[in-house]
Design a protein around this ligand. Structure first.
Ligand SMILES: Nc1nc2c(ncn2[C@@H]2O[C@H](COP(=O)(O)OP(=O)(O)OP(=O)(O)O)[C@@H](O)[C@H]2O)c(=O)[nH]1
Length: 308
């Protein structure tokens, strides 16, 4: 498949020449802007390894696997580049989900710094890259494998392996928006006990005239389904960087709050008096009563990817 998928290009080579669904609201992808090459496609064997039952269990346990280490040029200043320290050794697996034609591959390729053309064809469906967010380096493995290669990657695997999920719809395609809600429900079922970050992405925001889903609808959906929300335009490279930085922040926020909770619980258990227990009990009741307020606060913050 090529990013220049107009009507004729939409039936590109990816997926062994399978019939491509008709693209809605797509415009030909313009000449790729100059990109610093920071990523390389991940070898098929790495992908297979990531999908083995052992690694799935590890993913479910939130441990992540170590991806190949890449060498980055040192001249870059943008956060979608590296050259930072080796401090963070974990690789976060990020899965792109969504209906066909919404721009998953386009977003993944921008992340991977893979330009259109033969390089894109060779890139496969997985991109490994280190990015610096808030002064700290993070390695992401972005998987664009949802319903690819004739369903070779089982939905169950995809739902189990991610450290974070990006559910993409096209703002020009109401059907893809409905599909995004379905996927959110499926994901909730598959990962009931895990607090994995999920970001709802309304892509193709550049196609103003053919918009079928408003920003407010997207935001409301994110509030109802308890996830973050952002609109992007892969065509204009708008908000793509903010999206992937947001993914990293959401993963870190959960990690930090989990660690803080564990510390707090360990301390509390050691020296909790009866009075404190009663206080905690009352606190829970108050929390229940203020659910409405929390909902309101959420609707204000769902587009802020730097807070929980
Ligand atoms: N105007 C516009 N077109 C876009 C944008 N993102 C993707 N496209 C176009 O939409 C079409 C589909 O994009 P893909 O990235 O292949 O979508 P996909 O979700 O990976 O599709 P599948 O591989 O079928 O699942 C291509 O023609 C892209 O050039 C965008 O932000 N704006």
């Amino acid at each position: 498949m090529t990013l220049n998928g107009g009507d004729s290009g939409a039936g590109g080579s990816r997926g062994g020449g399978r019939e491509r669904e008709r693209r809605r609201g797509s415009t030909p992808w313009g000449p790729a802007p100059p990109l610093h090459r920071r990523s390389m496609p991940v070898d098929e064997r790495d992908l297979q390894a990531a999908l083995t039952p052992g690694s799935l269990a590890a993913a479910a346990a939130g441990t992540g696997t170590q991806g190949p280490r890449l060498d980055w040029p040192e001249d870059s200043e943008d956060s979608l580049s590296s050259g930072g320290s080796d401090s963070d050794e974990s690789v976060y697996k990020v899965l792109l989900l969504g209906a066909p034609g919404v721009g998953k591959s386009a977003l993944a390729r921008i992340f991977g710094g893979v330009e259109d053309g033969p390089e894109a064809e060779a890139a496969g469906h997985t991109y490994d890259r280190s990015i610096v967010v808030d002064g700290e380096e993070a390695s992401l493995m972005v998987y664009d494998i949802w319903e690819q290669d004739g369903g070779r990657w089982l939905p169950g695997h995809c739902m189990a392996m991610g450290d974070a999920y990006v559910i993409v719809y096209s703002v020009t395609d109401k059907g893809s928006f409905e599909k995004a809600s379905e996927l959110r429900v499926q994901l909730r079922r598959a990962r009931q006990t895990d607090d994995v970050p999920i970001i709802l992405v309304g892509n193709k925001s550049d196609l103003v005239r053919s918009r079928e889903v408003s920003v407010d609808e997207g935001r409301a959906c994110a509030v109802v389904f308890d996830c973050k929300f952002i609109e992007t335009s892969a065509a204009l490279h708008h908000n793509v960087q903010a999206l992937f930085e947001g993914v990293v922040r959401q993963i870190r926020l959960r990690r930090d709050s989990k660690e803080a909770n564990a510390r707090r619980q360990a301390g509390t258990r050691r020296r909790e008096s009866l009075g404190k227990k009663a206080k905690r009990f009352l606190g829970r009741i108050v929390a229940r009563n203020s659910r409405k307020m929390a909902f309101r606060a959420k609707s204000k913050s769902c587009h802020d990817l730097s807070v929980l």
